[in-house]
Structures are given as structure tokens and as C-alpha cells.
Ligand binder design. Sequence first.
Ligand SMILES: NC(=O)c1ccc[n+]([C@@H]2O[C@H](COP(=O)([O-])OP(=O)(O)OC[C@H]3O[C@@H](n4cnc5c(N)ncnc54)[C@H](OP(=O)(O)O)[C@@H]3O)[C@@H](O)[C@H]2O)c1
Length: 492
Amino acid sequence: MTEKRALFIIFGGSGDLAQRKLYPALYGLYYQGRLAKHFAVIGTARRPWTDDHYHDVIKQSLVGAPGSAHQKAEFADHFYYQSHDVTDAAHYVTLRDLAAKLDQQYALDGNRVFYMAMAPRFFATIAEHVKSEKLLSDKGFNRLIVEKPFGRDFASAKQLNDDISQAFTENQIYRIDHYLGKEMVQDIMPLRFANPLFEHVWSKDFIDNIQITLAEDIGVEERAGYYETAGALRDMVQNHIFQIIAMLTMEKPVKYDAPSIHAAKRAVLADIKPYTPAQVHANFVRGQYVGGDNVGLSYREEDNIASDSTVETYVAGRVDIANDRWQGVPIYLRTGKKLAEKQSRIDIVFKPTENNILPTAGDTSVGSDVLTLIIEPETGMHLTLNGKAIGVSDAVSPFTLDHALDQDELAKAPEAYQRLMLNILEGNKLTFTHWQELAASWHFIDAIRTVWDNDGADGLAFYNSGTMGPREADELLARDNRQWVWQGPAAD
Ligand SMILES: NC(=O)c1ccc[n+]([C@@H]2O[C@H](COP(=O)([O-])OP(=O)(O)OC[C@H]3O[C@@H](n4cnc5c(N)ncnc54)[C@H](OP(=O)(O)O)[C@@H]3O)[C@@H](O)[C@H]2O)c1
């Protein structure tokens, strides 16, 4: 395992993301020896912290991580805090000098990672100043990491992309979608392209429909201010769900590398045509949670939420892909807050056998085979097939092959941000989104958003917290004579 060399400059170094995700991710790489002597981190934010205080913050963020206190302290020694207002050009000069000093001190070969862990309104300013104040290194690599949300519609996303592209090339820009770093999302490609069993049936000829569910059991928590301006469509569908759709439905990339995979994703996303207003009404459902005894407040009662808010906390929809492989195969998606259980999963429902000759139980027909990928909170997959009912009956009955990662395997599966950090250091853009993928998904989302914004409260379906969402989401499938594979937690 070769040690990576780099200087990380984390804008927003005192923030929630940095403390909860980035520092533990870097530590994970350090613990594995992928980062060792030759790395340094500058954390910046406005508050006037000392290096000593910053080290305490770093160590605090590692509580529960493996390794000794001594190891964690040595890791924290690589961190430097620089009080800095990103809107003040003069501050970048101090940052540049510190960066140059650390580059020498740690022999970093001029490799720089600029991580924007701050509110998106600052992204363009940071990129501009990094360039104008000459923080870009002319020796090693320069990589800009952009957190979500990347815009709030196509126009703002394009503006942001144009702005950061003044200072960084597409090749240097790493747009985070942390779902791409999750173990089972990464498993989609091997599953599809290393198993002829699936590769040859991965089309409209054998697949009846695909279902993607990203269900959360929590409400908006501390993110109310942001959520009121975003909603579930922007927060979950535009990015994570569209990336999952692309991974599931793209053609086989010509090679296993980032340019080929991005090209394949781009091509399939171009075949998802934005809906007309009538199609939006027919194919998309939006909901908002209401509270009650033992299930907490209604969305409209939460702090920092308007009492007449029409922001959706739930989305379900049907997406169609207009190409030869997928014509007529609906992709059903749903995501929401305050649902019955936290679970992210993908269900691939195959067509039932035609011409069944086997006995079935009662008057039921032979069920469909279903391949299920559980992304979280468990990690694994299930394949539901048909077999003979156990015992004297000859009837066909479903059974399931389970592959759930056990504790030892899970311990080897890094948290998404750790994998993404490693990919950044390797210059591997496979787990990051290309601008054109985002552009395509924004076009689709904008068409829905425009209709919903015009509709206001009309058509907003309220659902009880702790349930599986509004009944309209079930009707969306019932209309097509289908139902959600996952009906929620099993009754006790
Ligand atoms: N938190 C998450 O789990 C999460 C998940 C996914 C994506 N994200 C994204 O990650 C980014 C950061 O989120 P967050 O939750 O970490 O936000 P946060 O906790 O509010 O942190 C914001 C950081 O920016 C600093 N800051 C604000 N204004 C500044 C200025 N003018 N100059 C320099 N520093 C300034 C703050 O420190 P000072 O106040 O001291 O300046 C703080 O360190 C956002 O884009 C968010 O959408 C977050």
C-alpha cells in the first residue's frame, strides 16, 4: 500500500460535515497506512481557534474509532487551524504562505485538495480566490471538492459550474454524491457486468420494473432552514436517486474507468425526458408528514418551518427511459422523512414466467423473481426465487437467497466518505458526478418543480409520521397493476 501525499485545505473546518465525516474519513485512511507522514490539513473558518483547540476537536471527532489515544494524537498533530473569512481576499495570502510552509515541512510534492465543506453560496468565491491569490500549486495536483447541493435548479447549477470552471478544469472538480461511495451502490457494476446470469437478462425482455426506496425515519432535525428551501425532490431525487438510476440502467461502459462510466451514465440520463405538466401530475406524488401522539410534530410545527409550508418531505414517482433496452420498464422511486423505518434499497422485479405448467398454491400465480440490494442500514442482497413448497405439496412457493454482510465484512467496508477521500487522493473520479449528469437530472427535476410550485398546496398529500407515506404512492403502482415490493417493517 503506497502512502499518499497531499495537503488538504478544508473550508468550513469547524463545521458539522468536517467533524462528523471528513476527519473520521481521513483518520480511517491514516489508520490503514494510506496516509502516514506526508500529509497535512489546514482547517479554516472564521472563529478564532488555536491549533491546540483544533487538535482537541479532531480527537473528539474520533471517539469510537479504532486505535490508541497516542495514534489519534499523532494524527491530530498534522492539523493546522487558520482563522479565515472566505470572502476576504487578504486572508488567502496567509493561507497561501501556510500552505507553502506545510508543503515543504511534510514533503507533499505540491499536491493540494481544496475541500469546500461550507454553504454553497461560498463555493464560487472560494474557487475564484484560490486562483487569484495563487493557492494553486504548479507542481503536483490541484483538486476541488464540491459538496452538495450543486445548485437548486439547472440555471443556478450551471452558474456555479461556470464559476468554478474559471479556476478548475472538469478533470480537477470532484462533485460529491456520497451515495456513490456506499458499498452496495458500488456493487451494482460487478453484479451487472461480472455475472452473465444477470447481464443477459438486464433489459425490458426480462425485467418488469425497478423500485428505488430511500426511506428515513427521522424528520428534518437541525436542517429545517435548508430543507424549507430544498424539499425531498432536490434533496434526494435530483442527486442520489438519479445517480442510482444511472448506475442501474446505463449500457456496459467500454472500460472500467471514470470517463467510460461517465459517458455511459450520461447517455442513459439523456434518454430520460423531462415531463410535461400533465405527465408530472400523472407520474409524481408529493407528500408532507403530519405528527401525532408518540410520533412527534407535524412538519409545519417544526422549528424554522412556515406554518403553511408546502415543501414536500416525501416524493414518489415513475420514471421511464426512452431507449431500446428499457422502453416500457417503469422505474418507481420513493423517498421520504418520518417513515416507518430507515431503509435504502433497490428492488429489481423480473417478469413472471409465461406459460406456467407447475401447480401453485390456491389460485395464486407464480410470483416474480426479485433481486433486492439493501444499501442501508444493513448491507447485503436478497434474491427471491420460486421453488417447490417444502413438504408434501407440489405447489410452487417463493424462497430467498440472502447475502448479508456480517460484522467482520462490515468492518472492512469503509464509510462512504473514507472511500471518497481515497478516490480523491488517487485521482479516481469514478465515484463522483460529472457536470453533464447533473445537468440532465436538473432538467428533469426543474420540470416537476415548476409544476409543483405553481400548484402550491393543491395536490400535496399529507401522511402520518411512522407510516410508509401517502396512499397516492401506492396508487401510482396499483394503476399499473403493481405494488411496492417493500411494504414496510414486518409486523411483530
Ligand atoms: N452536515 C452534513 O451531514 C452534510 C451532509 C451532506 C452535505 N453537506 C454539505 O456540506 C456543506 C457544509 O455543511 P455543514 O453541515 O458542515 O455546515 P455547518 O456546520 O454550518 O458549517 C459551516 C462552516 O462554514 C464556516 N463558515 C461560515 N461562513 C464562513 C465564512 N464567511 N468564512 C469562512 N468560514 C465560514 C463555519 O465556521 P465559522 O462560523 O466559524 O466561520 C463552519 O465551519 C454544505 O454544503 C452542506 O450542504 C453537509
